[in-house]
Every structure is written in structure tokens, then in C-alpha cells.
Design a protein around this ligand. Structure first.
Ligand SMILES: *[C@@H]1O[C@H](CO)[C@@H](O)[C@H](O)[C@H]1NC(C)=O
Ligand SMILES: *[C@@H]1O[C@H](CO)[C@@H](O)[C@H](O)[C@H]1NC(C)=O
Length: 411
């Protein structure tokens, strides 16, 4: 196109082709000019190139910093049976969010003969890579050969993997039921996971396999991440009850949590030892967050499951605000629906939408009082710290008008 529009070049040698390019840039409006005007043109073009060069190599383009608006990374940090699937769904269904549920499941199931402490760095590195949409990290934990996106643990809980660009059957803006997605989107190749991830402003991961904040500290200070931590806790007595109902499903994880203690503890005592470990780690995380420097502490947010189910709309709004997400009208209706609505089945990994407040109190009716006493002893300090009041008698336990949640002054 250049040579067709541009008149014959007037200079010799290598300068000619350079001028032709320049000619394209300057739209060839005035080329047949006297030498002096040509020099002015040359000077102007040099200026243009200089500015372009500056643009390209200015500090904002230096490697390590992300282009465009930099993505926000949110880690929902919790433990098993603490409502984290529910909180995960609050984020997953948001049209700005790429969500994965418990990616570290892959680490734990692949290296299941190790204990939780031995696996924590592998878990951290996996989480970091996934935040950066580098899904090659799963190579270490999946068999070789062609793969589908359905190899990801609980992939169908991610609305992002059920809508474009990952899957064309649903809209990005819709609330997508997991069962429908599982039927229609399971055949998509694994490569769509990375492609989908890169198309979102927020990457949200839910994890139950961190036991302290120290492991996560390098991620909080990592300049390529913008990490925000939502620490979700739940009344240990309710966690205990819920774990009892899903003991088999949690068996492999429980083994990894207890490590070499496993064989030394009687089967009957195991649940209490597990609760002790879980309570201690929740306490450790909370305490460590309080002593973070100000700039990092504002990226940590504690939420109690019980406060969330008491007032889902306000609490969800707070969580979205913390993550920099708008609370869209269709999401407000949906949150209202699922917290008031009908049951969706009792499988351990599905968000249960039975009246959530009933579920939160269920342990008071179904747990024998002697077990409650024992958990309260094992988790005493954690309960005190997080504002869960102990019951002092069976009468208190069964009396549902007695509120066991004290207000938590979050510093
Ligand atoms: C909420 O529930 C109503 C009544 O069942 C239903 O018509 C509506 O589609 C639901 N909205 C969302 C966003 O789930
Ligand atoms: C249950 O607790 C409430 C609130 O503390 C109290 O007023 C009420 O008397 C209790 N009921 C019974 C049967 O103890």
C-alpha cells in the first residue's frame, strides 16, 4: 500500500525504506517537498518514534507488573465443613470472577502419604500459579496425555468454567446450576481453563488446606499478586457435627492432617484431635493477621459463618466490597433466594440452601451434651477468641433462644 500511494523516494540507500515506513505513519499527505521541509518532517518523525519508544519501555511496562488493570486475587481461607462452599459460590457466580474450589485437593490426593506440614509449600506454589492463571502447574498432579477441563476437582462449581470462553452453553452473567453445567460442559479441553482465567478481573480460590498464615506471607508480599484473604470461621461445635456426617469423605484428608499421630490415637478420639488441630490453626491464622503491618492487615478479613447466615445480604455486600466487586441486582436476588430457599440435597460438597440459620444451630439439637463439653474443652481458646460462647449445661445447649454468639470486635 505504501509504495502505491507514496511518490518516488528522494533519498538514497537504507534511508529510503525507512522513509517509506515513515511515509505510512505520516499518511503521505506531503511528501513531494523541498529538502528543508523534508528535514522538518524527518525531525517530527524522529520525535514520534522517540515518544513511541518511551511509551513501550516506560516503567509501567517493566516486566513483573501486570498489563491492563491488574487482577485481584482472593483466597477464601477456611477449614472443612465451615460454609466455604457457600462463600465460594457467592464469588463463583459473580460475572467478574474466575473461581476454583480447593485446587490443593490435587496435591493432597497425589501425595497422600505425606502429612499436611510436608505439603504446605507445594500447596502454596500451586495456589500462586493458579492465581496467575498458569495451569501448567497441574501437570505435576494429573496423568499425562490429552485432558479435559473436567479433570479439575469440582470444576462444575466454577461458573467461569461453565460459560464463555470455556463453554458456550451458558451466559457469563447467568446463575448456572452445577448439575446442568456438569452435563453440558465436561468435554471441553483443559486449555480453556487457562483461557477463561485470563479473561477475568478477579481470581478467587477457596482452600481448606492451609494451617497457618506464615506459609502465605510470601504471597501477600508478592508484587505479581494482589492478594486478599477472606478468613472464614465457624463454631467448632457445628463443624464437629457436620464432620460426623461426612466422616468417610473426609477420611483421606483427616489422615494427612493427623500425620503420624493417626496410628497412635483411638478411632473414638480421632475427631477431637482433628478438631484440636483445626481450632489451633484458625486461632493461629487470626492472631498472625492481627500483627501484620497495616498495609497487609487491610488485605485480611475475618468472617464468621454464623454472621453471614444471620444477615446474608449485608455480609455478602461487605465481602464484595472488600474484593472490589459490585453487588449486582441479579446476585442480590439470588443470595436472598438461596439463603431462604428450598433444599438442594445433602451431598457433602454441595452448597446447602436449606434455611441456613437452622443449619447453623443444628448441633444444639443433635449433638450429645457430653460431646459438646469435650469439644468446648479442646477448642476453648479459639472459641473465646472468635466469640463463640460455651454452654454450661444441657439445658442451655437445647434452649435456642439463648444466643451463643458474642459480638466480635474486629480490630
Ligand atoms: C429467585 O426465586 C424466584 C422464586 O422462586 C425465581 O422466580 C427467581 O428466578 C429466582 N431468582 C434468582 C436470581 O435465583
Ligand atoms: C432460654 O433462654 C432465654 C434467654 O436467656 C431465657 O430467657 C429463658 O428463660 C430460657 N428458657 C428456659 C426454658 O430455660
Amino acid at each position: 500500500m505504501g509504495s502505491a500511494i507514496c511518490p518516488t523516494p528522494v533519498l538514497e540507500g537504507g534511508v529510503i525504506s525507512w522513509l517509506q515506513e515513515g511515509c505510512l505513519l505520516a499518511s503521505c499527505t506531503m511528501f513531494w517537498v523541498k529538502k528543508t521541509r523534508l528535514l522538518v518532517l524527518l525531525a517530527l518523525q524522529s520525535l514520534v518514534f522517540l515518544l513511541l519508544f518511551q511509551q513501550l519501555y516506560s516503567p509501567s511496562h517493566s516486566p513483573g507488573l501486570t498489563e491492563k488493570s491488574s487482577p485481584v486475587h482472593v483466597l477464601i481461607l477456611s477449614s472443612w465443613r465451615s460454609g466455604s462452599s457457600f462463600v465460594g459460590q457467592l464469588f463463583s457466580q459473580h460475572p467478574d470472577v474466575f473461581y476454583l474450589m480447593e485446587p490443593a485437593w490435587h496435591v493432597w490426593t497425589t501425595l497422600s502419604s505425606a502429612n499436611a506440614g510436608q505439603l504446605q509449600m507445594a500447596v502454596r506454589d500451586l495456589v500462586r500459579s493458579v492465581f496467575l492463571c498458569d495451569m501448567t502447574v497441574f501437570d505435576a498432579y494429573m496423568a499425562q496425555g490429552p485432558r479435559k477441563q473436567s479433570r479439575i476437582f469440582q470444576w462444575e462449581t466454577s461458573r467461569a468454567l461453565c460459560s464463555p470462553p470455556a463453554c458456550q452453553f451458558f451466559n457469563r452473567e447467568s446463575i448456572i446450576p452445577q448439575t446442568d453445567c456438569k452435563i453440558l460442559c465436561g468435554k471441553q479441553p483443559f486449555t480453556v481453563v487457562e483461557e477463561a482465567c485470563k479473561s477475568y478481573s478477579h481470581v478467587v480460590l477457596k482452600e481448606v488446606r492451609f494451617f497457618n498464615l506464615k506459609t502465605l506471607h510470601p504471597l501477600l508480599t508478592d508484587p505479581s499478586l494482589n492478594l486478599h484473604i477472606i478468613h472464614l470461621v465457624r463454631d467448632p461445635r457445628a463443624v464437629f457435627r457436620s464432620r460426623q456426617h461426612t466422616e468417610q469423605e473426609l477420611m483421606r484428608d483427616s489422615h494427612i492432617v493427623l500425620g503420624n499421630q493417626w496410628d497412635r490415637i483411638t478411632r473414638e478420639d480421632q475427631p477431637y484431635h482433628l478438631m484440636k488441630t483445626i481450632c489451633q490453626s484458625q486461632e493461629e491464622i487470626y492472631k498472625a493477621a492481627q500483627v501484620l503491618p497495616d498495609s497487609l492487615r487491610e488485605r485480611y478479613r475475618l468472617i464468621r459463618y454464623e454472621d453471614l447466615v444471620k444477615d446474608p445480604l449485608t455480609q455478602t455486600s461487605n465481602l464484595y466490597e472488600f474484593a472490589g466487586l459490585p453487588f449486582l441486582p441479579q446476585l442480590q436476588t439470588w443470595v436472598h433466594n438461596i439463603t431462604q430457599g428450598k433444599g438442594m440435597g445433602g451431598h457433602a460438597f454441595y452448597t446447602n440452601s436449606r434455611n441456613a440459620q437452622d443449619v447453623a444451630q443444628a448441633w444444639r439439637r443433635s449433638l450429645p451434651h457430653d460431646k459438646v463439653i469435650r469439644i468446648q474443652k479442646v477448642c476453648k481458646d479459639t472459641m473465646k477468641l472468635l466469640g463463640y460462647l460455651p454452654v454450661l449445661s444441657e439445658k442451655e445447649q437445647r434452649n435456642l433462644s439463648l444466643d451463643l454468639l458474642s459480638t466480635l470486635e474486629i480490630p
